[in-house]
Design a protein. Structure first.
Length: 123
């Protein structure tokens, strides 16, 4: 049995403040802010049609990476050409860098403002 063709068109992250998280990823990626974003659901559009959404969850509990007491919920990976420059920019935008770094010198794990871990790795 063959797998039917599927195209990934959207990824949504739970958070406490959708507009704040959308702004963080907008500034980090340059994706266009979705015009109908609001305090309950905000989004970004990538030129090829991929939608990155952020939905408000009451009593949201941020992941505690790498501890799995509150699981990751989602994990995004971004390729970058200059690891040091990307890290500095993302930290200035509000990301944090956890002590635990399993990626080595070709990438790093950062935490977005809502607590989701994500990776940046060299192209």
């Amino acid at each position: 049995m063959s797998t039917p063709p599927m195209e990934l068109v959207a990824i949504s992250l739970d958070c406490a403040d959708p507009e704040e998280l959308a702004e963080f990823y907008h500034r980090a990626t340059g994706f266009e802010l979705h015009p109908e974003s609001d305090s309950e659901f905000a989004g970004l559009n990538r030129a090829d049609g991929l939608f990155l959404g952020f939905q408000r969850v009451e009593n949201y509990h941020a992941p505690q990476w790498p501890d799995q007491a509150v699981p990751q919920q989602i994990h995004l990976d971004f390729k970058v050409e200059d690891l040091d420059l990307a890290e500095v920019m993302l930290l200035q935008l509000g990301a944090t860098k956890p002590e635990h770094q399993p990626v080595g010198d070709k990438g790093c794990v950062l935490i977005d403002p809502a607590g989701h871990p994500f990776c940046i790795t060299l192209v």
